[in-house]
Design a protein around this ligand. Sequence first.
Ligand SMILES: [Zn+2]
Length: 110
Amino acid sequence: MTESSAKAVLEEMLASIHERREKLARHVHHREEPLPQDFAEQAIEVENDETMLALERELTEKEKQAMQALTRIEEGTYGVCTNCGEEISAGRLQALPAAGLCFDCADLEG
Ligand SMILES: [Zn+2]
């Protein structure tokens, strides 16, 4: 994957993360708003607050990784493991464009 296509993929990833966060924020904060027509759905959403927060954290983490990967593209260090300095395999970057660690280091981190 070339750096410019990686950049496009990462930017798209960030855009979809932002979109999901906005949707999530509406779910988490809309209790002051009038109840939606679908009452049952509302009840489920409140019960799922914990899940929402977990998802929010996950999105924040993904956003951070994507931003860091974009920074590495700017710095010309994209595709290089931030831990050991080895090149990250093309297949791994294809599957995880925001990956900052090579397979071995990611494996060690668990
Ligand atoms: Zn490594």
